[in-house]
Every structure is written in C-alpha cells, then in structure tokens.
Design a protein around this ligand. Sequence first.
Ligand code: NAG
Ligand code: NAG
Ligand code: NAG
Ligand code: NAG
Ligand code: NAG
Length: 456
Amino acid sequence: MFRSLLTSTKLCCLLLSTTAQTKYIVPGARWRDTEGNLVNAHAGSVVLNQGTFWLFGEHKTEGQEEGGGVSVYSSTDLATWESHGLALKPIDGHPYISPSMIIQRPKVVYSFASSDEIQGPYGFVNATAPLGNWSQDFGLFTDWKDGRSYALYSNGDSKEGRDVYLASYNQEVSALDEVVHRFDKYDLEAPTIIQTEKSYYALMSHKTGYRPNNVVAFRADSLSGPWSQPWIVAPLNTRTFNSQSGFTLRIQGTNRTTYLYLGDQWDSNSLWESRYIWLPIEIDDRKRTLEVKWHDVYDLQVQTGEWSTVKGQTYGQQNATTSGNAFKQEANFADDGTILTGIYGNDSTVTFHEIEGTGKPQWVSFYYQNADDMGFGDQRGAWQLRRISSVVVNGDTENVETLYQRDTHKGIILSTPLQLTLKKGRQNTITVGGLFNGFDYKGADLEKIVVYPPEE
Ligand SMILES: *[C@@H]1O[C@H](CO)[C@@H](O)[C@H](O)[C@H]1NC(C)=O
Ligand SMILES: *[C@@H]1O[C@H](CO)[C@@H](O)[C@H](O)[C@H]1NC(C)=O
Ligand SMILES: *[C@@H]1O[C@H](CO)[C@@H](O)[C@H](O)[C@H]1NC(C)=O
Ligand SMILES: *[C@@H]1O[C@H](CO)[C@@H](O)[C@H](O)[C@H]1NC(C)=O
Ligand SMILES: *[C@@H]1O[C@H](CO)[C@@H](O)[C@H](O)[C@H]1NC(C)=O
C-alpha cells in the first residue's frame, strides 16, 4: 500500500487544441470534466507537454477504499479537463497494481520507456524500494535548469524512520542514484519541490492521515542544502485551507512565472469525491518567503502566466433573515461582528435576499465556521470531517444543492463554493438549511456569501 511507482513516457506528436473561452479555477469546488463527470485524479501530478497540461492521479471508485488505477486528463488552461480514461489499469492478481492496491501518488516523467503517447496506456515495468529503504508518499521533482529528476519520499513512521529523503535519479530516470538530502526526523509526508530562479522550496504536510494540517516549507540555494528551518505556508489553524500538499507546478508564461500549489482536500467519508485546492503560491526570493493565500475564484492565463482574482458581490448578515431556531450570534472574528448559527434541518434556516443574478451558472462562495473539532486541535484533526447544508435558490425545494462544510476551528472562517443559476435581476433568494451527515442535521455557521460573475 505504501509503495511508490514511477511510470515513464516517451513524448510524441500531440495536437494542440485552442479554446479561447475563459474558465475560472475554483479551489474546493466539484470539478467536472468535459463530459460532466467529477475529475477523479487524486494526489495527482501535472506534466506540461507542448502546450497541453496532463493531470495524472489516483482513480478512486465510488464506495471503495482500494485503488482503481491511474487516471489521466488533459487541459490547455488548467480549468477545463478532458478525461482520457486510465493511463494505468489495475491487473487482477498483480503483486503491485492489483485492484486492491492504491497506486499512491503517481507521477509521470519524460524518460526511456513504457508508453509512446503521454496519456498511455502504460505497462508495468518494475517496483523498487528506493536504495533498499521503505518509502511512502512519493514525490517527484525535475530541475528545470539541468533536467535532472529527483524522488522524494518519507521512510515511514517507525522510530528509525520519520525522515523525508530527496534522492537523485540516473539520467534515464530508471533507478535512483543517491540520497542528496535527508529532512531529518520532522515526521512529514506528501513532499513536493518548487524551483524559482534563485531557490528551491520544499513543501510537506504533517502526518495526520486524511485530516488536513498546517503544510510547511523549507528553502535552500541548492538541493543538497543547507535547507532552512520549516515554516507554515498558510494562515494558522486553517489547516492549509483544509488541504494537503502533494504537487506544485511552475508556469512559465510570456509575461511572468506563476507557481501553483496543487493540494488535495480529502473527504475520508467519501474518498472518490475528494476535492482539489489549487492556489497560486506567492514567493519572495529576496525575503526568502513563500505563502499560499486563499482566492475563492481566480482567472489564470497559462500563456502569459498572469492570474487575477475574480471580484464578487458580498451579501452579509444585513442581507439575511433567519427562520425557526437559527439566529445571529455575537462573533468578534466575523465580518459584521455576528455569525448566523443554529442552522438545522429544513425549518431552522438562513435566507439571503435581493441577490443579483445573471440567468447563467455562477459561482457562489459560502463563508462558514464548523467548530466540530471538539478540542482535539490541530494535531488530531476532527472526528467529523464535514457538516452538510442544503442550499435552495428562490424557494425551489425540488432542486436542493448539497454544500459540504468541513471542520475549520473555533473562530476560523473558510469558504466553500457551489455553482448556482440565479434569475436575471435582483430578486433572488438563497436559503441554507441542514442535511443529515450521518450524525445530525446541523449546517455550519455562516458569515456571508459572495456571488461571482459568470464565466464568459
Ligand atoms: C526490478 O528492480 C529490482 C530492484 O531494483 C532489480 O533488482 C530488478 O533487476 C528489476 N527488474 C527488472 C525487470 O528491471
Ligand atoms: C535507509 O534508512 C535508514 C534509516 O533511516 C538510514 O539509516 C539509511 O541511511 C538509509 N539508507 C540509505 C541508502 O539511504
Ligand atoms: C504583458 O505585460 C505588459 C506589462 O504589464 C502588458 O502591457 C501586456 O499587455 C501583457 N501582455 C499580455 C499578452 O498579457
Ligand atoms: C445588504 O443589506 C444592506 C442593509 O440593508 C444594504 O445596504 C446593502 O445594499 C445590501 N447589500 C447588497 C449587496 O444587496
Ligand atoms: C425535512 O423535510 C422533509 C420533507 O418535508 C421531511 O421528511 C424531513 O423529516 C425534514 N427534515 C428535518 C430534519 O426537518
């Protein structure tokens, strides 16, 4: 189960598709492919080949914990994804890639072997324990200055383990050469490296299973070190906006270079529905800092490398009414000094009024607090990963949307998006209630909603 597998490809003649449509990147949304299915490529990695981005990841099967092979998707804008099925299919009875095994954190790199076309199909070549050592949570990094590839892996949870290794591959990327650096005893996993002109930054998460935690980064001038002390990359107690590190992507545009954090938002209640938190990374090489900041909706131009946040219209407490036992409660950490709480079932609801719509699908971000962490704090994460709210537009209870609201922390507000179609004009309402989550009908506390303009 904790075995890493490296698949390799020979690149060849791919046609570029040119789409001029603007699509936004919406972290934490249900991402759908061009056929309308959920994008199912978890703990993935992205390879750029002749203007097309290829996303490879773990294919999770509904209702099943075990592996479903490696899926592959293509995109020219990192927002529109076309499925190409499985790049590597599980094989019954196989010692390493049988359907009962998770091919964890798959990566693809240009090399000697295995498939003529980047989307596969790939054949199984070999499985190795790197330099004879135990490995888990495989990461792969290719230095863009010299083309050399490196493996990153943790050597387990045993007393002798708890390190993360950075080891170089041979020129053919067929076997590891040597350990270049050992991140000693930090007890971290899900490693990835991003390279700027001047620095290398290694990002890793703590080990809390599928529960998110505060991802950290280290910096160095050279891969062999010396590496800096680690620091936390996102606002404290947001648990990296409810995500785990795993991959990073450098986009060298004509106007600027942008770095993306490609995190996983695991849903341990339903792994195949896990979401993706992809966010721009802000790096200042002079100050030697790296930060991941939240954006509900952003617009990335992969050709120029430029990105901008999309501006939305905010509807706060003054624009909301409550029914039943829902009420406004003092909360000094919330925008208006109050938060909407007691949301439960279908009769204790919150309704936002006079919302302006366009008649087209629009992203709406719900800012919420779910303080179910029950005092276990950051180390253990929560016992319950989400509350579920119902969202109804203009009283149309025939069409109830479900909003998953994962735990935050007390006083920590995060947002989670839904795509809704509002009527053109200012007369729309959005009503939020509570749905059953396996324990209760409670919705999370709400601070506000933000309605974004439609994609063009
Ligand atoms: C597979 O890897 C093992 C361990 O590195 C090596 O000994 C063996 O020769 C490899 N087999 C093939 C078919 O490449
Ligand atoms: C394998 O792991 C052990 C324990 O961390 C370490 O002492 C040893 O140096 C590692 N071997 C190699 C070749 O890196
Ligand atoms: C590149 O940036 C320059 C200066 O900010 C701007 O004038 C130009 O329009 C940009 N080019 C593209 C293709 O976005
Ligand atoms: C929200 O309500 C306040 C107070 O009634 C009002 O001034 C404001 O315009 C409303 N905001 C929106 C976006 O409708
Ligand atoms: C919500 O409404 C449905 C249908 O009216 C009802 O069956 C259900 O029990 C209600 N749930 C709660 C928690 O109030």
